[in-house]
Design a protein around this ligand. Sequence first.
Ligand code: PDD
Length: 277
Amino acid sequence: DLVYLNGAFLPADEARVSVFDRGFLFADSVYEVIPFYQGVGFRLQQHLDRLAYSLRAVRIQIDADWPGILNELVQRNGGGNLSVYLQISRGSAGSRTHAYDDAMAPTVFACCSPIQDIYARGADQVRGYTVIVTADLRWHRCDIKSTGLLPNILVLQQAREAGADEALLVRDGLLSEGTSCNLFLIRQGVIYTPKRSSEILGGTTRELILELAAEAGIPFQEVDIRPEALQDADEVWVSSSTRGVIPVLAIDGKPVADGQKGPLWRQMFDLFTRFQH
Ligand code: PDD
């Protein structure tokens, strides 16, 4: 498997980064996860727009031919269905100091790993999730795709130890999102999702769901959602690039409605499949 590091393609075990890299020391870095299906980036431009947003927000200055780099990485790894990880850290000053200067050269790292084409499977093949609801321990710039994921990891682990697949996060009495996915609640034919703010990541899959809903004439609202609303939801979904749109079948051990994949989820899954193929 070849990875990309600072201009070179090389075997993963030959890739070297300084121990003083600020990505390693401070999580002073941002990232993207982009699926490629049959060698082609899915919603690549949307991912690159969000990357530019994250870089600007943390003031890492870098200009690169991202599509060129990522496409070459994918080709050199045989194409097909791959999840591409791209990380840019502020770089290294050769010592550990909190303050940085703009002269530092960012460290660019990308790698990829095989994924399933989620849209090639039928809806019956999709495994629904069980989730827990718990406190959102993160900072207040969740709109930045930062590699500082310790709160996400601790809470996901808490979910796993409770036998669940994911955790839905609550801050100040409102649901934000999952530890690595956005959140949707369906009631009486309307899709509700938390509005974009610095409390959530603006998911590319979230955006696609709203686009597809608009085209299909399914009503949706971007609103504040209280955790109590989960109790009388008809359906709950989560979404991310590598997982697509996933039905949530149980929350804190209680089934969502009848505990089955809902009809609107099936319609949305269908819209995704037709969008992609
Ligand atoms: N996670 N919210 C959070 C906190 C996320 O980390 C992600 C993505 C999403 C969904 O964004 P998108 O639809 O653009 O993938 C929402 C990636 C996949 C990850 O961390 O691996």
